[in-house]
Design a protein around this ligand. Sequence first.
Ligand code: KG4
Ligand code: ZN
Length: 407
Amino acid sequence: MTILLKRKLHSLFTKFNVSKVKRCSSTLILGIETSCDDTGCAIINSDGKLLAEKCQSQNLVHLRNGGIIPDIAQDLHRTYIEPTVKCTLAEANLKMDDLTAVAVTLEPGLPLSLTVGMKYAKYLCRKFNKPLIPIHHMEAHALVARMNNEIEFPFLTLLISGGHCLLAVAKDVNQFSLLGQSIDFAPGELFDKVARRMKLRNIPEYSEMSGGRAVEEAALKAENPHQFLFMLPLADFKDCNFSFNGLKSSVLYHTLKKEKEHAIAADQLIPEVYDLCAAALMAVTRHLLHRTQRAMEFCEESGLIGKDRRQLVVSGGVACNNLIFKALTVLCNEYGYKIYRPPPKLCTDNGVMIAWNGLEKWRKNIDVFHDFSKLDIKATSPLGEDLSGKVSKAQMKIKLIKVKFQN
Ligand code: KG4
Ligand code: ZN
């Protein structure tokens, strides 16, 4: 009995010591994301293993308000930041003292939202004497794909969200070359606006979905989407930029026209709503596809991406869209690219991508600030070196790939 008890005690003691040693020597990064309307937090260890994660979405509030109101977003971040971080620590069974560093999104994003994350991260770092790692939100969207996949640099990335639309080559953790970006707004914003105008929220099953998700679901019920035709944006511009303004206006125009035709009452939807959603989604997809195709051709011609590195990472909230992903997969097959997309939870805004980017920076000793007092937020922030002029100058003619859309 006594020997058994002694052994048990000994093994418990050894276990305790081992875990204690491990904990001290292991890197633990806390990530904080508040650039828009999600309060996200996560903890990752030195192996890139996710230990805990929390995300407090404001989606429902903003859906009710018909869009994001920055002051309201800030108030909600203020309310949720501390509980979200505390909950994440508790779930990982860790204390602030156990952590190695705090990574936080400082650019780009809504200033009022970014400020909440920055201030709280600085407060934590000061109080617990930890270094701070500033994170670029779009870099984090791209790099998070490396968390669960072996993706070597360089790789091509298409980042599509509610606030951004861009094509870039990721050359290293902190080195990006921008090939093109939206000249007006992002595809997520288009989906959110047209979903609202088409009153998709009045269909109960879509009432709590983001605009993009609602349009995707509604499009699955389409029967005759080809009754609506849309022009291909920027067709005459041989570059990798994007534009969604024309498409948005056309969708709104068709909605109004059909409403008049059918004498639609205030909260009713047009009978062709599913077809219009599908047509809009196909038009956005075609546009994304063609710009990505030109980016692939440019990368080949300029030697930016070698034959052994033909990889496309698609990320950001709009990357959750399966029709867009399928179309991009067809393109990748044609061009011999491997395609990667993080799981939906990591495509939309989240704390995990910030913690992961923090870890990647920590490993390479990039942007690890012990004196972070001068670090500040930036509402806009270009992604790396801008090569979009070069792309445009190359005036590359390409034979646009044809895609067949099937429900
Ligand atoms: O990356 P994200 O969470 O926030 C920004 O940084 O913008 O992206 C949010 C955007 C919203 O505009 C939302 O409508 C869109 O992603 N989105 C989708 C889908 N799910 C979310 N768009 C198309 N299809 C989806 N399934
Ligand atoms: Zn985002």
